[in-house]
Design a protein around this ligand. Structure first.
Ligand SMILES: Nc1ncnc2c1ncn2[C@@H]1O[C@H](COP(=O)(O)OP(=O)(O)OP(=O)(O)O)[C@@H](O)[C@H]1O
Ligand SMILES: [Mg+2]
Length: 247
């Protein structure tokens, strides 16, 4: 079953067409890397998947339904590109707050929060206010928040940004563990090497249009090609073009 389906989705902001006739689907248990340059339309697409903004045209279905439905949203975990958490809360209080919003009971929140803080490496810092956290620590808190209610679908906007190498490895393992448990992951990223390591499929967006979509296994076997080369090929190689002009 397709968990996520975008059919010819278009969204403009004034004269800017942020997303342009985009078709994309994601099956249960898949990890999809959503790639593209700055301003390509990744966050706009994610906002439509979450039902935060409506497309001008086309259809968005998540779990076969309108993403604005509460029953659909309950099954989604979301981590924004930039999180603005209450700075005076500790990570543990943040999880208590979000758990309450999700309708979880206090005992369930406490045990899940403990488990997740441990998983994201914040077990010791969990009692400190978020205003004292580094960028990567806030990112780790965001990951715990997105996973708190054990969602079936994770939508993550640039989750690797700001993580140190160890945290990246841990987070990569966590995503693979979630996939093994049957969860589905949709994440945007600028980290091509991470995408190549963990994704089943990647989609590359350029000016709101999908210019490449393929399975990572295909890419690996594609004449020794890799994701970075494909990315450069489909988005143009400004350096190479300049060299050609000079010679
Ligand atoms: N609320 C808005 N009002 C006006 N223009 C917007 C708005 N949101 C996005 N845009 C424009 O839509 C385009 C796509 O933006 P979007 O944030 O989706 O890109 P992105 O792929 O997430 O980029 P990045 O990698 O930098 O996060 C950009 O040209 C952006 O300026
Ligand atoms: Mg973005």
């Amino acid at each position: 079953m397709e968990l996520v389906k975008l059919s010819s989705v278009t969204k403009s902001f004034g004269a800017v067409r942020a997303v342009d006739a985009l078709d994309l689907s994601l099956g249960q248990g898949e990890i999809l890397g959503f790639l593209g340059t700055n301003g390509a339309g990744k966050t706009t697409t994610i906002k439509m998947l979450l039902g935060l903004i409506a497309p001008d045209a086309g259809g968005v279905a998540v779990f076969g339904a309108d993403p604005r439905r509460a029953s659909t949203r309950r099954r989604i975990g979301f981590m924004p590109e930039t999180a603005h958490y209450y700075p005076f809360l500790t990570a543990r209080e943040l999880l208590r707050f979000y758990g309450g919003l999700c309708g979880m009971d206090a005992a369930g929140i406490a045990s899940r929060a403990g488990e997740l803080l441990e998983k994201v490496g914040l077990a010791e810092a969990g009692g400190r206010q978020l205003k004292t956290y580094s960028k990567g620590m806030l990112q780790r808190a965001g990951i715990a928040q997105a996973l708190l209610h054990d969602p079936d679908l994770l939508i993550l906007d640039e989750p690797f940004t700001g993580l140190d190498p160890l945290a990246r490895i841990q987070f990569r393992d966590l995503l693979l563990e979630l996939r093994a448990a049957g969860k589905t992951v949709f994440f945007s990223s600028h980290e091509l090497s991470e995408a190549e390591l963990i994704c089943d499929r990647v989609a590359i967006l350029k000016a709101g249009r999908c210019v490449y979509e393929g399975s990572v296994r295909q890419i690996a076997g594609d004449g020794g090609g890799n994701l970075e080369r494909i990315f450069l090929d489909v988005l143009g190689r400004p350096d190479a073009a300049r060299k050609e002009v000079r010679s």
